[in-house]
Design a binder for this molecule. Structure first.
Ligand code: F6P
Length: 362
């Protein structure tokens, strides 16, 4: 059988295994054998590590979280600069990848990853290697695709947390701050905030002030609501600029003990006459199995990626442009993240519900 390769790169995400299964099953039916490279792009170079994947040995993985292939988000293909990883693909590294393609007789490689990983895929394509991309991030901030798989699962997790915080906050008349993921964009905070009945949503895209939040808390108390739920995206800037973990970000050594959520809670505690608590949801949002929506989306993306390889449409990335699964050049999708537009219908609906963004438009 001719061979097709797949790897998963960057932070894990519910639905990665569903993509792998989608690729393996559809490739098999088209007469291809699938090699799964282990540990992201690292698996392509010394020591080259792959597993032959079959419909049999991938049976049952649809519902599993994580990735059976493992992943690396900081390896030889990137260097850490601040909170981001910048590409580093010297010629010998590309040559080593080329050699792996030749030795394993790969007809094409499917790279599943976020902005950074897809940028590596793009460089390999530019070097003449047959790669296609599948977009992945719980943050939902990749361009050219309306949703990324993993986002719905993360929102589900954050919504469940809000539902739970709701009952304890109202029992104790407390302000509860929930910090969710979203390094550059506030999609998770926005959707979970709407779905979980949040009162204040703080996102990197909309500048906010402590006064804006306090005004909302006071408003609610005047209406007899003695508790307030605040959802804050980890990338939301502190008023006056800067995220809290700036120093840690510069050294690339974030511990994720809590950032903006903790800082905001401490600052609000000085200013309000009410009990306040903070929960940092962290990697719970990335763990666990995918929702039904993510299973369907990931399966479709996997199957479509195989079609792209068959059609030799290399350098393209599968994407979801409802109602269609489609594809775009990877070059078009990477480099610029998709952030929450101020005038998006979700922001407008949230405002219509009386949800505050901590700004002057309440
Ligand atoms: O990019 C996805 C993401 O979930 C971000 O929201 C978060 O900042 C980051 O991953 C954390 O990744 P890690 O702890 O693996 O470095």
């Amino acid at each position: 059988r001719p061979r097709i390769g797949i790897l998963t790169s960057g932070g894990d995400c519910p639905g990665l295994n569903a993509v792998i299964r989608g690729v393996v099953k559809s490739a098999y039916r088209l007469g291809f054998e699938t090699l799964g490279f282990v540990g992201g792009f690292e698996g392509l170079v010394d020591p080259v590590r792959y597993r032959v994947l079959t419909p049999q040995n991938t049976s049952g993985i649809l519902v599993q979280g994580g990735t059976i292939l493992g992943s690396t988000n900081r390896g030889r293909f990137g260097v850490t600069v601040g909170k981001d990883t910048k590409l580093s693909l010297p010629e010998p590294l590309i040559e080593a990848v080329r050699q792996t393609f030749e030795e394993t007789k790969l007809q094409g490689l499917i790279c599943v990853g976020g902005d950074g990983s897809l940028s590596i895929a793009l460089e390999l394509h530019r070097a003449g290697l047959p790669v296609v991309g599948v977009p992945k991030t719980i943050d939902n901030d990749l361009s050219c695709t309306a949703f990324t798989f993993g986002f719905d699962s993360a929102v589900n997790c954050a919504t469940d947390a809000l539902d739970r915080l709701h009952t304890t906050a109202s029992s104790h008349d407390r302000v509860m701050v929930l910090e969710v993921m979203g390094r550059h964009a506030g999609w998770i905070a926005l959707h979970a905030g709407i779905a979980g009945g949040g009162d204040v949503i703080l996102i990197p895209e909309i500048p906010w002030t402590l006064e804006g939040i306090i005004a909302k808390i006071d408003d609610r108390r005047r209406m007899g609501k003695e508790f307030t739920l605040i959802v804050v995206a980890e990338g939301a800037e502190l008023p006056g600029g800067g995220t809290v973990n700036r120093e840690a970000e510069q050294t690339g050594r974030q511990t994720r003990l809590g950032g903006i959520g903790v800082e905001l809670t401490e600052q609000l505690a000085q200013r309000i006459d009410q009990d306040i608590r903070c929960v940092v949801l962290g990697h719970l949002q990335r763990g666990g199995g995918p929702t039904n929506f993510d299973r369907v989306l990931a399966t479709q993306l996997g199957a479509h990626a195989v079609r792209l390889v068959m059609q030799k449409r290399f350098g393209e990335m599968v994407c979801y442009q409802p109602p269609q699964i489609d594809s775009v050049p990877i070059a078009q999708a990477v480099g610029e993240l998709r952030r929450v537009p101020h005038d998006s219908s979700a922001v407008a609906a949230a405002r219509a519900m009386g949800i505050s963004f901590g700004d002057s438009m309440d």
